[in-house]
Design a protein around this ligand. Structure first.
Ligand SMILES: Nc1ncnc2c1ncn2[C@@H]1O[C@H](COP(=O)(O)OP(=O)(O)OP(=O)(O)O)[C@@H](O)[C@H]1O
Ligand SMILES: [Mg+2]
Length: 236
């Protein structure tokens, strides 16, 4: 469904992504791993139209979206949960969810809200509160719920487990595994290897803007290249 081909992105002279190619099939969770500064956030920001590539293409179901404005990309069904707690703190919990559902291609706002509260019960009791009053974990839940409320075809998650405790992370793993059953594809940027192992079959590893590995999770764990670049003792 998502096809990134030979994507190159630079900030001035500094090349952040160097001819990166990857695909995210529908009904799947594909992981992008890499050390700090490897280019993971740059990748998701380029897919969602916030950063312009210098070369290569980004295709969604065959359509090249690499020159489209972020709102057009969102309208085509790409939802982006950014790194950090991507919520609007000036708005209430429910207003944040309404905002997310505005990009939805099907179902009404009311339905999207109900789905969000079913997935994340703590948000229901806090729905009238300002998003600024939420704890870090609750904000992250809200950011994820907001992404899902758009009923996306493709969901980009940039380190979604940061701020979530172990139980919340396990619940999150269940939620995204359930979400892909309905047909969407997820690109997951994550540092929590236990989470990646539990939900992803296929992984890509970036190192200084270059793709150094792609393969199954099992292959990644056995790869010397990956170990050396990133996984280290975590692979054990
Ligand atoms: N707006 C920017 N202007 C200039 N350089 C940038 C900008 N954003 C990122 N970079 C640089 O591009 C490289 C890749 O950054 P990016 O944020 O994509 O990495 P990352 O893999 O997401 O890292 P992390 O795991 O720390 O989130 C880094 O060297 C970073 O300093
Ligand atoms: Mg990042």
């Amino acid at each position: 469904m998502l096809d990134v081909s030979d994507l190159t992105v630079a900030y001035g002279q500094a090349v952040a992504l160097d001819q990166v190619s990857l695909t995210v099939p529908e009904r799947s969770i594909t992981a992008v791993l890499g050390a700090n500064g490897a280019g993971k956030t740059t990748l998701v920001r380029t897919i969602s139209g916030l950063v312009r590539g210098r070369g290569g293409s980004v295709r969604l179901d065959g359509l090249d979206i690499s020159r489209l404005a972020p709102e057009r990309v969102a309208r085509l069904g790409v939802a982006h949960v950014p790194e950090g707690h991507g919520v609007v703190t000036e708005l209430s919990v429910e207003e944040n969810l309404r905002l997310g559902s505005m990009a939805s291609r099907g179902g009404g706002v009311r339905q999207a809200l109900e789905e969000s509260y079913e997935l994340f019960p703590p948000l229901r009791s806090r729905r009238r509160l300002s998003a600024a009053s939420l704890s870090g974990g609750e904000r992250q839940m809200l950011a994820i719920a907001r992404g899902l409320a758009a009923h996306p075809r493709l969901l980009l998650l940039d380190e979604p487990s940061s701020g979530l405790d172990k139980i919340e992370t396990e619940r999150f793993a269940e939620i995204i595994s359930g979400a892909v059953a309905s047909g969407l594809g997820i690109l997951l940027v994550e540092h929590d290897m236990a989470l990646v192992r539990s939900v992803c079959e296929y992984v890509y590893v970036l190192d200084f803007g270059q793709l150094i590995f792609e393969g199954s999770m099992a292959e990644a764990q056995n790869s010397e290249v990956v170990r050396a670049a990133y996984l280290g003792s975590e692979a054990a």
